[in-house]
Write a protein that binds this ligand. Structure first.
Ligand code: ADP
Length: 259
């Protein structure tokens, strides 16, 4: 632990007194390092798609435009990279809003079963296309949580989106929920996917942490989804957890106050 000492003489004090302020700079340094890493990560993440867009554009301008087949393929890639930039900026804005104290949530009772049904119906086309079964499972269909409905939708969508992304074709994704410790509802999103190595589990909720960067990018990931899930859940007075077994699957848990 390091302290910095600031000594300010008292103005007009005949006694020659002074005010001594001790700052704990260990914590300040830590926060500054986190901030610097975040800025470096954001810059890198923004630069990668931009460099691709620039390279494809240069190739088109350099003559590839006249070769229709190549031109179409390059334009397709430019569009992909622009979509990626857009997703990244959207996620960064959500995260910034959730973290700023200004964000207020409209906390209200939400029937979990209804929120889950809406989410699964949004993802049915995507799952069907890959032969992945989406299931909702609970003995307590009427259970309600206190949450911001839009925030709960974002939490569920991020977890189900990941579960589908990281599950091979033909697998399944199950969303369950049950009342725990009387006052809480624990939601689970379980997949039969690739799993997460044990040493990576504590880090998956960190911003931009990805087990396999190339795979995440290829699948359109921003590396911010789980950190948004964690911040939203905590804003609603809840907590997150994860369990996983390589090549068997992963379960994410979100525990929220019961209504
Ligand atoms: P991304 O946009 O890369 O999916 P997330 O913050 O949502 O970012 O997730 C962080 C990382 O955690 C992912 O890159 C992936 O490596 C891992 N991950 C998240 N969900 C799952 C899952 N259901 N199965 C396996 N790995 C997962």
């Amino acid at each position: 632990r390091r302290l910095s000492v600031q000594i300010t003489p008292l103005m007009g004090a005949e006694s020659g007194g002074a005010v001594i302020v001790l700052h704990d700079i260990t914590e300040l340094r830590r926060l500054e390092t986190i901030r610097q890493e975040f800025v470096a990560n954001v810059s890198h993440e923004l630069k990668t798609p931009l460099s691709s867009i620039k390279a494809y554009t240069e190739t088109l301008l350099g003559g590839a435009l006249h070769d229709e087949q190549h031109a179409m393929s390059f334009l397709g890639r430019i569009e992909e990279q622009a979509d990626r930039l857009n997703a990244l900026i959207q996620d960064l804005l959500s995260l910034a809003r959730i973290e700023s104290a200004e964000q207020t949530f409209d906390l209200a009772p939400v029937v979990v079963g209804e929120a889950v049904a809406a989410c699964l119906s949004d993802y049915t086309p995507q799952a069907d296309a890959r032969g992945i079964r989406l299931l909702a499972e609970s003995d307590e269909p009427q259970a309600e949580v206190v949450a911001d409905p839009e925030g709960l939708r974002v939490i569920l969508n991020n977890l189900v989106d990941n579960a589908i992304k990281y599950t091979p074709d033909g697998g399944s994704v199950t969303v369950g929920w049950k009342v725990v410790e009387e006052d809480y509802v624990r939601l689970s999103v379980t997949d039969t996917g690739i799993g997460i190595p044990k040493d990576q589990l504590p880090r998956v909720f960190e911003r931009f942490h990805r087990v396999d960067k190339a795979r995440s990018r290829e699948l359109g990931g921003t590396g911010l989804g789980l950190s948004i899930v964690k911040h939203l859940t905590q804003s609603f007075g809840g907590s997150v957890a994860v369990e996983s077994k390589i090549d068997h699957g992963t379960s994410f848990y979100v525990t929220l106050p019961k209504s």
